[in-house]
Design a protein around this ligand. Structure first.
Ligand code: T1G
Length: 674
């Protein structure tokens, strides 16, 4: 096994290089070898300064997450940072790639920090249900001020090298040879009359916030506004606040205690599960070692909401994309909506105007299929009707280049039947995006019976390249997410007929952790979509169908299960709907009763979980974690609960089985879920 840490001398500077692919995670072995290297440098009288850098594609991307949930093993990252701060000569962190979590914290312990221009620096621990555990909540505010520190720690998103330099997080941006630049910087530090002040000893950037807490507290409440149910955000605010209130040693001790409490908790365990599950969901033995095809140009068929959103995903990733719609009016409306979406991002300050212009320039409109002649992938996002889709695929098969992938964004339909409409079934698969496509991270990659491994590998790699969380699924009605979602809708109808009102169901599920209840979510999506589906299959949902028959399609018509004021989106309970529900119960002879939140949660989730067990049995999904990724990234299942299958594990599978109504066949699986 190659050395994880090596030291070389460049004149009077010791250069310590870490090489722990793929992301130089701070495993126990790396920490131990790094500490040994620091001790050796300290003992070397000829060593005037130290540079710490990494081999490979990135600086340290954090602690080794796979070690979490196990007893901490010495030396800790805190021990390594203490050795750096006590080294008695300047230590410079030379960063590139992504300096994250414990990696950034180690750099914060150094006497100075330099970085390559494309470096991203962050404290993403919050996304794992944690707070920084090696001093980040105390050193970061001392370098950049509490407001940027709070934003980075509670938001969890990295900043670029320019912002890091402007804020004082790094001391220099090194263009070109990072190691040489860092060595030179370290040598100059060593020659300086006074040693640089350690981050932990600086207080100047805390003075303003100590004098006036209002900006800090206002920002804290804004950053934690949507974190109901989550433990880490409030803990992160408290930790950063300690930088204002407590001596640094005491604050560091409290930070560590909080970190250890969180890392042992259910929420962190759930989010760690998702971190690895998300990466696993993009894997399959079928594509191991398979090289994806290059995708330089894309095309989207259909300029509706989904088509426009999908086009934005490509433009956001810098990929040229043509949007084709046979109707010029539809195309114009679709492209206008895309432009409006970008303008809204610019107005919110989340997108620079220049970036908007750059992305819009990548999106081209057309009304005829020759426009796909240069596309490496064509994604159909047209009307959800099999014959419409088969006709489109027959046409795009004739116009797309022979190597092009043809993907359908269908939510439910048989991808194999669509593939049979082409001469290239090996290059056909599903890429099921979730609305709004430019926001929701999930893409179900639907593998057809004839889909070639190279096509599957290309779709998975492309989904990741455009920032999505791909999950490979098999062909069945509704694939994984929507197949389970149907169970949820059926049970919600039953609950309403038996006594619960829409607002009762939504209140129970938002209290569980969903940002929006299932009933309000169906109003948002549009009740007519499910209605059309049910009619095509001869199915009936008493209440939803009655609403649709009355033209109540949800937000798009100003009323559905709820009523919406003109231009508003907040769901108002509607006495007319309550009357309709009560009359339906009477007409169907269902005695109504009060139904508590606990029963609502179980009845909404457990049938879904059981359907997930069936899906695993049928191998439509490969792993329970794939289903969790689908529900967290496609349907906003609260990440701190880990997803439906992880949640079932926390309850105990026997408990779920026991609570399922006896009339539901319990599926005993090879996986032991039942
Ligand atoms: N620990 C262990 N494995 C990791 C890892 C980590 N920190 N980061 C990535 N991997 C694995 C990942 O599972 C995958 O494995 C492979 O590396 C490539 O990852 C003390 C406590 C760095 C932006 O949260 O955000 O430090 O699937 O597919 O898309 O306060 O990885 O190949 O077997 O994601 O190029 C804080 C997490 C930890 C960063 C690269 N750090 N990683 O993205 O590759 S907590 C993080 C990422 C902490 C301190 C606290 C991304 C990336 P496999 P990948 P990528």
């Amino acid at each position: 096994m190659a050395d994880l840490v090596q030291t070389r001398r460049d004149g009077n500077v010791a250069v310590i290089s870490i090489d722990n692919p793929p992301v130089n995670a701070l495993s126990q072995a790396v920490r131990a070898d790094l500490l040994d290297a620091l001790v050796a440098a300290k003992a070397d009288a000829a060593c005037a300064a130290v540079v710490i850098l990494c081999a490979g594609r990135t600086f340290i991307a954090g602690a080794d997450i796979s070690e979490f949930g196990k007893p901490p093993r010495s030396p800790t990252t805190i021990d390594v940072i203490a050795a750096i701060e006590a080294l008695g000569r300047p230590v410079v962190a030379a960063m590139h790639g992504t300096a994250l979590g414990g990696g950034l914290e180690l750099a914060l312990g150094c006497h100075a920090r330099v970085a390559a221009p494309t470096t991203r620096l962050g404290q993403p621990e919050i996304k794992l249900g944690l707070i920084p555990g090696a001093g980040g909540s105390q050193r970061l505010p001392r370098l950049v001020g509490v407001e940027l520190a709070l934003t980075m720690i509670v938001g969890g998103d990295p900043i670029g090298a320019e912002e890091a330099h402007a804020s004082g997080l790094i001391d220099a941006i090194i263009d070109g040879d990072l190691a040489a630049g860092a060595i030179d910087f370290a040598r100059r530090l060593a020659a300086a009359p006074a040693p640089p002040v350690l981050a932990r000893e600086r207080d100047d950037k805390l003075a303003a916030a100590r004098a006036d807490r209002a900006p800090f507290e206002e920002l804290a409440s804004r950053l934690t506004r949507r974190s109901r149910g989550l433990e880490a955000p409030a803990a992160a605010v408290e930790a950063v606040r300690w930088s204002l209130d407590l001596p640094v040693a005491e604050a560091l001790a409290r930070e560590r205690a909080t970190f250890l409490r969180l890392v042992a908790g259910e929420q962190a365990r759930a989010q760690r599960h998702l971190f690895f599950a998300e990466r696993e969901a993009a894997k399959s033995p079928a594509i191991a070692g398979v090289t994806p095809r290059a995708v330089r140009q894309a095309a989207v068929i259909g300029a509706g909401t989904m088509g426009g959103g999908i086009a934005m995903c490509f433009a956001n990733a810098g990929i040229v994309v043509s949007v084709i719609d046979v109707s010029l009016d539809a195309l114009t409306r679709g492209l206008d909506l895309v432009a409006a979406n970008y303008r809204a991002s610019v107005a919110r300050g989340t997108l620079a105007p220049a970036d908007m212009e750059q992305r819009l320039a990548l999106i081209r409109g057309a009304t005829a299929l020759p426009a796909i002649a240069d596309a490496d992938i064509v994604i159909e996002a047209a009307f959800e009707d099999m014959e419409v889709k088969r006709g489109i695929f027959a046409d795009i098969d004739r116009h797309a280049p022979a190597h092009a992938l043809l993907a359908t964004n269908t939510s439910y339909l048989d991808v194999d039947a669509i593939a049979r409409a082409t001469q290239r079934p090996k290059s056909v698969l599903g890429m099921h995006f979730f609305s709004p496509a430019q926001v929701m991270r999930l893409v179900e990659i639907v593998r057809g019976a004839q889909t070639a491994p190279e096509a599957l590998a290309t779709a998975v790699a492309l989904a990741r390249r455009i920032g999505k969380a791909p999950a490979i699924v098999g062909v069945c009605h509704g694939f994984v997410g929507n197949r389970m979602h149907r169970l949820r809708s059926v049970e919600a109808e039953r609950l309403m007929l038996e006594g619960a009102l829409p607002q009762d169901i939504d209140a129970a599920m938002t209290e569980f952790g969903f940002p929006m209840g299932p009933i309000a979510a169906s109003d948002l999506a549009g009740l007519d979509i499910g209605w059309r589906m049910r009619k095509a299959q001869g199915l009936r949902a008493e209440i939803a169908d009655l609403l649709c028959e009355a033209g109540r399609f949800g937000q798009k018509t100003g009323m559905g299960f709820y009523r919406y004021a003109a231009g508003a989106r907040d769901a108002k309970p509607d006495p007319q709907v309550e009357r309709l529900i009560i009359d339906a119960s009477a007409r169907l002879g269902v005695a109504r009763r009060a139904i508590g939140a606990e029963e609502i949660v179980e009845r909404v989730l457990f049938p879904m979980i059981n359907e997930g067990a069936r899906i695993l049995e049928e191998k439509i999904a490969q792993r329970p974690g794939d289903i969790d990724v689908i529900w967290v990234h496609g349907y906003a299942f609260p990440a701190w609960r880990g997803g439906p299958m992880h949640y079932a594990d926390t309850l105990g599978r026997g408990h779920v089985r026991a609570r399922l109504a006896p009339d539901r066949t319990i599926h005993r699986l090879g996986t032991g879920f039942c």
